[in-house]
Design a protein around this ligand. Structure first.
Ligand code: BEZ
Length: 258
């Protein structure tokens, strides 16, 4: 399986320590999901399991899947009562199994959105709902534009396929959902300025998430790029002692017809 060959970039402790905002912000999405007792719910990109566990506390039966074995390992230790499986969304083989598919802050990592939607659709029972939030069009654009600029200035080769994410517009994504067969009942694209804790917040964020863009460049070069990014963005994104990232979210709900 693919994830046995690809380096697992996810450090579960770092994720829980410095990046717990990912699951904290996700709690509002749970209201959109509104899990009901005894429902079968699939959480795609469950990370270390915080939101899957919250869904479980509503009395639903939850299966959490994540491509990262590190994340799933940690999730199993934290929440032994919930089922967690290491699996990529593109490897899911469920058929008419779930009342709902939930996904927070994950689908922007999947650059084959049509395939992902098809796997999600197949996983749902007829009438089941898909409730997701992830990065939408222009997400973290101020940050990534500056990183790419500084990488090019440092003479590091960069091509757009190195961009690790898929950040669709509301129109593009809901169109794909409809093509897959979903009845789209809700879609929202909104700004969510997101604090990155402390003076080193932006640096931690870049170290955690921008591995692909740096493409195994020597530490010294990465350091050079990060210092320039920090200096150039400080005026725009650093306020009252903390960095604020220009997150833009896309939230959708779709119902499986037929
Ligand atoms: C996001 O949740 O929007 C995100 C996280 C890491 C990198 C890029 C985007």
């Amino acid at each position: 399986m693919e994830h046995h060959h690809v380096k697992d970039i996810w450090n579960a402790d770092l994720y829980d320590g410095n990046h717990s905002f990912v699951s904290k912000f996700g709690s509002h999405l749970l209201e959109l999901l509104s899990p009901v007792e005894e429902e079968q719910i699939l959480d795609i990109g469950c990370g270390t399991g915080d939101l899957a566990h919250k869904i479980y506390q509503h009395g639903a039966h939850v299966t959490g899947v994540d491509k990262s074995e590190n994340m799933v390992h940690q999730a199993n230790i934290k929440y032994p009562d919930v089922t967690f499986i290491a699996k990529d969304v593109l490897e899911l083989e469920y058929n008419n199994s779930f009342d709902a598919v939930f996904s927070n802050a994950t689908l922007h990592w999947v650059k084959q959105p049509e395939e992902a939607l098809q796997h999600i659709y197949n996983s749902l029972k007829s009438g089941g709902r898909f409730v997701a939030e992830f990065g939408g069009k222009d997400n973290v654009q101020i940050i990534t534009n500056e990183i790419i600029l500084q990488i090019k200035k440092a003479g590091i080769p960069y091509t757009p396929d190195q961009f690790p994410w898929y950040f669709p517009s509301i129109g593009k994504y809901t169109t794909l959902m409809e093509k897959t067969g979903f009845h789209v009942t809700f879609a929202q694209h909104f700004d969510r300025p997101t604090p990155l804790e402390g003076e080193t917040g932006l640096r931690n964020w870049m170290k955690m998430f921008c591995g692909n863009i740096f493409e195994n460049q020597p530490e010294a070069i990465q350091e050079h790029v990060m210092i320039h990014v920090e200096n150039n963005l400080k005026e725009t994104l650093y306020q009252d002692g903390q960095w604020i990232a220009d997150y833009k979210r896309l939230r959708v709900v779709g119902i499986k017809n037929g």
